[in-house]
Design a protein around this ligand. Structure first.
Ligand code: NDP
Ligand code: HEM
Length: 510
């Protein structure tokens, strides 16, 4: 630094020696190496100021997706899609919007290895003129569950055993084989796409159906796909395992260094659309997160591109404190009735209030930069640091601050479509049972893997080395589970497991 700053306390009081503490009765003249000092003084604010803040440096890590990396960039409209979406940031070809993307693993703690077998989170915040839009996606087009109540149960089985504090192959496979709607996602996870070679070299998918509507209020269901211009590249199970030991932060470093050297990663953005009428003719529910929409019937339509070209200046401030939620949306885009998505709308802001505090929106990275935010009834609370709306009234419609209702510029209708399907019926406790069709897309996925040499074998190998650590009765359930997609899968896994973990009566033991 050419003009280095003077150290101060947190209150700005200059500190003459940053490493000194106030002590009593020091005879500095006598002893050469160990001066006989007296006790410290409680009045030493600069020591207590520093220690007390240090004691509080940690905030709770994310309960899932704790380990991650991110960067800033921009989104650019490439094609006109105003016929299906009236979001302002999409209203002109060439229009650019600042974004922040955070990639993550799901199950591991904040210090866990980047290369772990896991889905990858792919969350992007768009700072639009109508407020912040968060697209909180994964690198897999499907998910493990479709009943939202299962999420905490499922996640617990992928984390540590409460008694041993160890990851537990029995818990892991016990849950999955008892909840077989998971099979499609589990096959994806144990294919080589479960260990991406880089955050830059994987795709992102909305997974859920969302609803987009145009200026006339006409809406369609959509699925969004981000396709990596870097191509999709994966590690083998063994490469990923080796890196976990040798370079656990590999993906974080890879993203950071690529951006530093100007090798900016980018993704093409596509949308699949389905009308309400079409959705009624599908053999699956559009609200079933374990299903994809076949490309042939629902082709991808290009609408944009985004590029990451700027590393964060400060990881904690800008990446750790980033708060994404599927409920942060803009006019033109709405959630569908997918029950998992509906539950997520609640869960994310709820966890932000716990993890970051009630005023998490005031943290600069979460502020709607380009929107004219005006919500003066949302004020006070811990860490109210943005002026707190000064002297403005704390309720809407006050005498000197009349309410202005927002309408769509073309239609004059309310800017949120509020056009929904109509449902009538009794309230029932619904638990989505598994049916034969649930094994159809997994069987198709097995065929897709067959198009590339070695991919089917990799899936079976990757499962076998994991399930070999489970008890025999769980292993047997795993063989049956995969056989539902194709009997060859169960058989290949069984053969390899019996070699890796021979049974008393197996030929390799005799
Ligand atoms: P398609 O043949 O049109 O699509 C297959 C898709 O699978 C590809 O477009 C590609 O999607 C993805 N894929 C290709 N190779 C691999 C691989 N080695 N590992 C993982 N994914 C791969 O058929 P359908 O659309 O009818 O889908 C058939 C099956 O493909 C589905 O059941 C699903 O399991 C899988 N799939 C489908 C997707 C979809 O949205 N329809 C998306 C991804 C997978 P991409 O370009 O997105 O990588
Ligand atoms: C993170 C809940 C399903 C993608 C999180 C977090 C919670 C959570 C509590 C931590 C957020 C934080 O602390 O900031 C849930 C629940 C789900 C669910 C309750 C189902 C009922 C999904 C699905 C996807 C997804 C289906 C993708 C399609 C993500 C991503 C993050 C995340 C990308 C990380 C966001 C970031 O980078 O900060 N989820 N989740 N989740 N979730 Fe989910």
């Amino acid at each position: 630094m050419s003009n280095p700053p003077t150290y101060t306390t947190s209150q700005g009081c200059p500190v003459s020696d940053a490493f000194a503490t106030q002590r009593i009765a020091v005879d500095l003249k006598g002893a050469k190496y160990a001066p006989p000092t007296g006790p410290l003084l409680l009045q030493d604010f600069r020591l207590i100021d520093s220690l007390a803040h240090f004691d509080r440096e940690r905030i709770p890590e994310r309960v899932v997706h704790a380990k991650g990396a991110g960067a800033f960039g921009f989104f650019e409209v490439t094609d006109d899609i105003t016929d299906i979406c009236s979001a302002k940031f999409l209203n002109q070809i060439g229009k650019k919007t600042k974004i922040l993307t955070r990639f993550s693993t799901v199950g591991g703690e904040k210090g866990s290895a980047d290369s772990a077998r896991d889905p990858r989170g792919f969350a992007t915040k768009f700072y639009t003129e109508d407020g912040n839009l968060d697209l909180v996606y994964n690198n897999t087009p499907i998910f493990f569950i479709r009943d939202p109540t299962k999420f905490p149960h499922f996640i617990h089985t992928q984390k540590r055993n409460p008694a041993t504090n160890l990851k537990d192959a029995n818990m892991f496979w016990d849950y999955l084989t008892n909840n077989q709607e998971s099979l499609h996602q589990v096959m994806y996870l144990f294919s080589n796409r479960g260990t991406p070679a880089s955050y830059r070299k994987m795709n992102g998918y909305s997974g859920h159906a969302y609803k987009w509507y145009n200026a006339k209020g006409e809406w369609v269901y959509v699925q969004v796909h981000f396709i990596a211009n870097q191509g999709v590249h994966n590690f083998t199970n063994e490469e990923a395992g080796k890196l976990a030991g040798e370079d656990p932060d590999f993906h974080t470093m890879d993203l950071y260094k690529a951006i530093e050297r100007g090798d900016y990663p980018s993704w093409e953005c596509y949308v699949q659309t389905m009308t309400l009428e079409e959705s009624k003719k599908q053999p699956f529910s559009v609200f079933d997160l374990t299903k994809v929409w076949p490309h042939k019937e629902f082709p991808l339509r290009h609408f944009g591109r985004f590029t990451l070209n700027e590393n964060a200046q400060n990881y904690f401030a800008e990446i750790e404190q980033a708060a994404f939620s599927p409920s942060h949306t803009v006019p033109g885009m709405e959630p569908s009735n997918d029950p998992v998505l509906q539950s997520r709308l609640f869960s994310y802001p709820d966890t932000h209030r716990h993890r970051l505090g009630t005023n998490y929106v005031s943290i600069p990275v979460n502020c709607p930069l380009k929107a004219n935010t005006f919500a003066p009834h949302i004020r006070d609370g811990a860490m109210s640091v943005d002026g707190n709306y000064g002297g403005l009234p704390n309720y809407a419609g006050a005498y000197n601050c009349p309410v202005q209702y927002s309408t769509h510029p073309n239609s004059g209708k309310p800017s949120s479509s509020q056009l929904d399907e109509t449902y009538t019926g009794e309230v029932v406790p619904f638990h989505w049972e598994v049916v034969d069709f649930d094994y159809y897309q997994p069987s198709q996925f097995w065929k897709v893997l067959g198009r590339t040499p070695g991919e089917q074998a990799a899936l079976c190998h990757n499962v076998a080395v994991h399930v070999a650590a489970a008890d025999e009765f769980i292993q047997d359930r795993v063989f049956e589970y995969f056989s539902k997609a194709n009997p060859a899968i169960g058989e290949k896994i069984r053969k390899e497991v019996l070699v890796l973990s021979p049974r008393d009566d197996s030929p390799s033991r005799l």
